[in-house]
Design a protein around this ligand. Structure first.
Ligand code: FAD
Length: 135
Protein backbone atom coordinates (compact mmCIF):
# COMPACT_ATOMS: atom_id res chain seq x y z
CA UNK A 1 0.00 0.00 0.00
CA UNK A 2 3.00 2.36 0.10
CA UNK A 3 6.60 2.93 -0.98
CA UNK A 4 9.19 0.86 0.85
CA UNK A 5 12.64 1.84 2.09
CA UNK A 6 15.71 -0.41 1.86
CA UNK A 7 15.76 -0.71 5.67
CA UNK A 8 12.31 -2.33 5.62
CA UNK A 9 13.54 -5.43 3.78
CA UNK A 10 15.15 -8.44 5.41
CA UNK A 11 18.61 -9.58 4.34
CA UNK A 12 17.04 -12.72 2.88
CA UNK A 13 14.69 -10.61 0.73
CA UNK A 14 17.56 -8.43 -0.50
CA UNK A 15 19.60 -11.55 -1.32
CA UNK A 16 16.68 -12.86 -3.34
CA UNK A 17 16.39 -9.53 -5.21
CA UNK A 18 20.11 -9.63 -6.00
CA UNK A 19 19.71 -13.16 -7.35
CA UNK A 20 16.78 -12.09 -9.55
CA UNK A 21 18.62 -9.01 -10.78
CA UNK A 22 21.54 -11.24 -11.83
CA UNK A 23 19.22 -13.62 -13.64
CA UNK A 24 17.15 -11.02 -15.48
CA UNK A 25 18.63 -9.76 -18.78
CA UNK A 26 18.62 -6.07 -17.86
CA UNK A 27 20.70 -4.09 -20.32
CA UNK A 28 23.75 -2.24 -19.03
CA UNK A 29 24.21 0.13 -17.32
CA UNK A 30 20.90 -0.69 -15.58
CA UNK A 31 21.90 -4.12 -14.31
CA UNK A 32 25.12 -2.86 -12.69
CA UNK A 33 23.32 0.14 -11.22
CA UNK A 34 20.62 -2.08 -9.74
CA UNK A 35 23.11 -4.55 -8.27
CA UNK A 36 25.14 -1.71 -6.77
CA UNK A 37 22.01 -0.22 -5.18
CA UNK A 38 21.06 -3.60 -3.66
CA UNK A 39 24.60 -4.27 -2.47
CA UNK A 40 24.86 -0.83 -0.84
CA UNK A 41 21.36 -1.20 0.61
CA UNK A 42 20.52 2.15 -0.97
CA UNK A 43 17.22 1.99 -2.83
CA UNK A 44 13.51 2.61 -2.55
CA UNK A 45 10.75 0.34 -3.78
CA UNK A 46 7.70 2.00 -5.26
CA UNK A 47 4.45 0.41 -6.30
CA UNK A 48 3.51 0.40 -9.93
CA UNK A 49 -0.21 0.86 -9.72
CA UNK A 50 -2.21 2.51 -12.43
CA UNK A 51 -5.74 2.80 -13.59
CA UNK A 52 -7.32 4.53 -16.52
CA UNK A 53 -10.69 6.08 -15.62
CA UNK A 54 -13.82 5.63 -17.70
CA UNK A 55 -15.34 8.72 -16.06
CA UNK A 56 -14.73 11.24 -13.27
CA UNK A 57 -18.33 11.96 -12.36
CA UNK A 58 -21.31 9.86 -11.43
CA UNK A 59 -24.47 11.82 -10.67
CA UNK A 60 -23.74 14.16 -7.78
CA UNK A 61 -20.32 12.66 -7.12
CA UNK A 62 -17.07 13.89 -8.70
CA UNK A 63 -13.65 12.44 -7.96
CA UNK A 64 -10.27 14.15 -8.24
CA UNK A 65 -6.67 13.03 -8.09
CA UNK A 66 -5.31 9.54 -7.51
CA UNK A 67 -8.73 8.40 -6.31
CA UNK A 68 -9.84 8.37 -9.93
CA UNK A 69 -6.73 8.38 -12.12
CA UNK A 70 -3.70 6.71 -10.63
CA UNK A 71 -0.62 7.10 -12.80
CA UNK A 72 2.72 5.49 -12.13
CA UNK A 73 5.08 7.80 -10.30
CA UNK A 74 7.43 7.70 -13.33
CA UNK A 75 5.23 10.34 -14.91
CA UNK A 76 6.08 12.82 -12.14
CA UNK A 77 2.67 14.36 -12.81
CA UNK A 78 0.17 12.87 -10.35
CA UNK A 79 0.15 15.75 -7.90
CA UNK A 80 0.10 18.22 -10.76
CA UNK A 81 -2.91 16.48 -12.32
CA UNK A 82 -4.74 16.25 -8.97
CA UNK A 83 -4.21 19.99 -8.42
CA UNK A 84 -5.51 20.79 -11.89
CA UNK A 85 -8.59 18.67 -11.25
CA UNK A 86 -9.36 20.68 -8.13
CA UNK A 87 -8.75 24.05 -9.81
CA UNK A 88 -10.92 23.22 -12.81
CA UNK A 89 -13.68 21.75 -10.65
CA UNK A 90 -13.67 24.88 -8.47
CA UNK A 91 -13.74 27.11 -11.55
CA UNK A 92 -16.69 25.24 -13.03
CA UNK A 93 -18.65 25.34 -9.79
CA UNK A 94 -17.90 29.04 -9.29
CA UNK A 95 -19.07 29.85 -12.81
CA UNK A 96 -22.29 27.87 -12.72
CA UNK A 97 -25.78 28.00 -11.39
CA UNK A 98 -25.70 26.35 -7.97
CA UNK A 99 -29.21 24.92 -8.17
CA UNK A 100 -28.85 21.12 -8.33
CA UNK A 101 -29.59 20.93 -12.07
CA UNK A 102 -26.85 23.52 -12.69
CA UNK A 103 -24.34 21.74 -10.45
CA UNK A 104 -24.79 18.46 -12.30
CA UNK A 105 -24.02 20.26 -15.58
CA UNK A 106 -20.93 21.88 -14.08
CA UNK A 107 -19.68 18.50 -12.84
CA UNK A 108 -20.06 17.12 -16.36
CA UNK A 109 -18.21 20.16 -17.72
CA UNK A 110 -15.36 19.33 -15.30
CA UNK A 111 -15.32 15.76 -16.57
CA UNK A 112 -15.38 16.88 -20.21
CA UNK A 113 -12.35 19.09 -19.64
CA UNK A 114 -10.26 16.64 -17.62
CA UNK A 115 -11.09 13.07 -18.66
CA UNK A 116 -9.14 12.91 -21.92
CA UNK A 117 -6.11 14.53 -20.31
CA UNK A 118 -5.95 12.29 -17.25
CA UNK A 119 -6.51 9.15 -19.36
CA UNK A 120 -3.59 10.22 -21.56
CA UNK A 121 -1.43 10.76 -18.47
CA UNK A 122 -2.05 7.26 -17.10
CA UNK A 123 -1.71 5.62 -20.51
CA UNK A 124 1.59 7.44 -21.11
CA UNK A 125 2.94 5.98 -17.85
CA UNK A 126 1.59 2.52 -18.73
CA UNK A 127 3.48 2.41 -22.03
CA UNK A 128 6.68 3.04 -20.10
CA UNK A 129 5.86 0.51 -17.35
CA UNK A 130 5.09 -2.23 -19.84
CA UNK A 131 8.67 -2.06 -21.12
CA UNK A 132 9.79 -3.34 -17.70
CA UNK A 133 7.34 -6.20 -17.44
CA UNK A 134 8.66 -9.64 -16.72
CA UNK A 135 7.16 -12.22 -19.06
C1 FAD B 1 7.41 7.84 -5.29
C2 FAD B 1 6.44 8.85 -5.85
C3 FAD B 1 6.90 9.98 -6.49
C4 FAD B 1 6.01 10.92 -7.02
N1 FAD B 1 6.51 12.04 -7.66
C5 FAD B 1 5.66 12.97 -8.15
C6 FAD B 1 6.18 14.16 -8.77
O1 FAD B 1 7.39 14.37 -8.90
N2 FAD B 1 5.28 15.07 -9.26
C7 FAD B 1 3.93 14.89 -9.14
O2 FAD B 1 3.15 15.76 -9.60
N3 FAD B 1 3.41 13.77 -8.55
C8 FAD B 1 4.25 12.81 -8.04
N4 FAD B 1 3.75 11.69 -7.43
C9 FAD B 1 2.29 11.48 -7.38
C10 FAD B 1 1.63 12.27 -6.26
O3 FAD B 1 2.24 12.00 -5.01
C11 FAD B 1 0.14 11.86 -6.21
O4 FAD B 1 -0.41 11.86 -7.51
C12 FAD B 1 -0.63 12.85 -5.36
O5 FAD B 1 -0.17 12.81 -4.02
C13 FAD B 1 -2.14 12.52 -5.41
O6 FAD B 1 -2.82 13.37 -4.50
P1 FAD B 1 -4.21 12.94 -3.96
O7 FAD B 1 -4.60 14.05 -3.04
O8 FAD B 1 -5.12 12.63 -5.12
O9 FAD B 1 -4.03 11.57 -3.18
P2 FAD B 1 -3.11 11.27 -1.91
O10 FAD B 1 -1.90 12.18 -1.86
O11 FAD B 1 -2.89 9.79 -1.92
O12 FAD B 1 -4.03 11.69 -0.69
C14 FAD B 1 -5.07 10.85 -0.24
C15 FAD B 1 -5.11 10.98 1.27
O13 FAD B 1 -6.29 10.32 1.75
C16 FAD B 1 -5.93 9.56 2.87
N5 FAD B 1 -6.93 8.47 2.99
C17 FAD B 1 -7.02 7.33 2.26
N6 FAD B 1 -8.04 6.60 2.66
C18 FAD B 1 -8.65 7.30 3.65
C19 FAD B 1 -9.79 7.06 4.44
N7 FAD B 1 -10.53 5.95 4.32
N8 FAD B 1 -10.11 7.97 5.37
C20 FAD B 1 -9.38 9.11 5.52
N9 FAD B 1 -8.27 9.39 4.78
C21 FAD B 1 -7.93 8.49 3.85
C22 FAD B 1 -4.52 9.06 2.59
O14 FAD B 1 -3.86 8.72 3.80
C23 FAD B 1 -3.91 10.30 1.94
O15 FAD B 1 -3.37 11.20 2.88
C24 FAD B 1 4.62 10.73 -6.89
C25 FAD B 1 4.14 9.57 -6.24
C26 FAD B 1 5.03 8.64 -5.72
C27 FAD B 1 4.49 7.42 -5.01
Amino acid sequence: MHSIADSALTEAKIASLIERAHAYPWPEPFQSAMLLAFERRDFNGILLKEYVPEGLVNGRMALVGDAVHLATSWTGMGFNAASQDVLILAEKLAAGDLAMSGVLGQLLAYEAERLVKVRALVQGGQRFTWEFREE
